[in-house]
Design a protein around this ligand. Structure first.
Ligand code: ARG
Length: 466
């Protein structure tokens, strides 16, 4: 950041101050180091405000025009990196306004009529969070498409389904991929819900009580893409629940990403070999030449830490604050910026990993049949064909599993005669349900893992995702 030396009292509010601030005061007070990220939104808000001031006759058209042109110059200076940010001017709002004054002189001083930095910052921050929600939505849609492609390509590949990370029942790869599509779809809808709720304009709430100028809040709300102005000026300047909702949705989304990342870490290990991650999303070890590490997945797994941290941090800042604005609220931005950046990065990395990874059909199939994964199918067969009550069928199957364990073979390899020694009604037909393929094909209930069901869902998702 380029510095302008400044030992004077603040030119924006220093009227009653004889001295400039202590250096430590300036350091703790200034937010320009991070809130410069709100520059585009700040200028957007100011342009809407100036146009409204002219439309309502509060300032002249020529002043509004000078302000508009000046703000465009300031924006281009910021975008091209020639703008000199000053810590003495505290924040983005005063940095922009001070530069505007240098550029256009007196009309700049009329821009702040009927508003305050309190409604200004609330507006800027809402606009920024809203943009992020839209960016996250796009990133989630892309990740979902990548997962749907995986599901489509290998819809009927069998793999073990786990509970307690113990083999439970065979499932299909397509079904497993689509489980995450469902989670990310709910994440999208959480952001979308929050977006609807937050899309009201604080601008014109002024410091806290509204203003005596005949402003038109509908006009500025509309110009900024808000559905309507916030109905209560005290609430408008003092709540940050929209940021908390963003962080809440982001935390849940990061949790989903973390679970998928964890599965990729496990699946890419030599012990599992379910997937091969691409070189593009792996790293090597500086000491062990054979290693290919799933660093991207591990980092995605960890991102929940800082994102949830930001949510807890902001909730803690906000709790107990009396209405309306307190400077505490300046602490709302840095952690949210960090959380948003890292969520976007994690989504992009997961998107790339998912599109690049290849499932290992043989390893998945071998594991799918291990751990007596079709034991439930056997119990269901006893119920369906022999009319055995399920509880008893569970018991009989347990005995057969113990027998197979003892003989060190799979359920499908048990001799029929041995099976009949446990339950004499069992016939050779039982072997038809002990294969993994038949097991998954039979799970035809809605939402089940049968390849046919998976393909229906793939088709639906492709239609929805366009
Ligand atoms: N930099 C401040 C913030 O981020 C802007 C609002 C300042 N308002 C005030 N009354 N001091 O919250």
């Amino acid at each position: 950041m380029t510095e302008k030396p400044d030992t004077q009292s603040n030119q924006m509010w220093g009227g009653r101050f004889a001295d400039g601030p202590d250096a430590i005061m300036e350091a703790i007070n200034a937010s320009i180091g991070f809130d410069q990220r709100l520059a585009a939104q700040d200028i957007q808000g100011s342009r809407a405000h100036a146009a409204m001031l002219a439309a309502t006759g509060i300032i002249t058209d020529s002043d509004a025009e000078a302000i508009r042109e000046g703000l465009l110059t300031v924006l281009s200076e910021i975008e091209t990196g020639t703008f000199q940010f000053s810590t003495a001017l505290e924040d983005i709002h005063m940095n922009v306004e001070a530069r505007l004054k240098e550029l256009i002189g007196e009309p700049a001083g009329r821009l702040h009529t009927g508003r305050s930095r309190n409604d200004q910052v609330a507006t800027d921050f809402r606009l920024w969070v809203r943009d992020q929600m839209d960016a996250v939505d796009g990133a989630l849609a892309s990740l979902m498409s990548g997962l749907v492609e995986q599901a489509e390509d290998c819809a009927d590949w069998v793999m073990p389904g786990f509970t307690h990370l113990q083999v439970a029942q065979p499932v299909t790869w397509g079904h497993h991929m689509l489980a995450y599509v469902e989670m990310f779809a709910r994440d999208r809808s959480r952001f979308a819900d929050a977006r609807v709720r937050m899309n009201e304009s604080p601008l014109g709430a002024a410091a806290l009580a509204g203003t005596s100028f005949p402003i038109d809040r509908e006009m500025t709300a509309k110009a900024l893409g808000f559905d309507r102005p916030c109905a209560n000026s005290l609430d408008a300047v003092s709540d940050r629940d929209f940021a908390l909702e963003f962080l809440g949705a982001a935390s849940i989304c990061a949790m989903h990403l973390s679970r998928l990342a964890e599965e990729l870490v496990i699946w890419s290990s030599a012990q599992f070999r379910f997937v091969t991650l691409s070189d593009r999303f792996s790293t090597g070890s500086s000491i062990m030449p054979q290693k290919k590490n799933p660093d991207a997945a591990e980092l995605i797994r960890a991102k929940i830490g800082r994102i949830l941290g930001a949510q807890v941090g902001l909730l803690t800042v906000m709790k107990g604050l009396p209405l309306t604005y307190s400077k505490d609220m300046q602490e709302d931005k840095e952690q949210l910026f960090d959380a948003a950046d890292n969520l976007m990065l994690a989504l992009a990395a997961m998107d790339g990993m998912v599109r690049d990874m290849s499932a290992n059909r043989e390893a998945l199939a071998a594991a799918a049949g291990s751990g007596f994964s079709t034991a439930t199918d056997l119990a269901d067969w006893l119920v369906r064909v022999l009319g055995v009550p399920f509880r008893e069928a569970h018991h009989v199957t347990g005995a057969l599993v113990a027998m197979a364990e003892e003989q060190r073979c799979d359920l499908s390899e048990l001799p029929l005669a041995d099976m009949q020694s446990v339950h004499d009604g069992i016939t050779g037909d039982v072997f038809s349900v002990l294969s993994v393929e038949n097991s998954v094909a039979s799970r035809m209930s809605f939402g089940g893992t049968a390849p046919e069901r998976v393909r229906e869902q793939v088709a639906l998702w492709k239609e929805r995702l366009g």
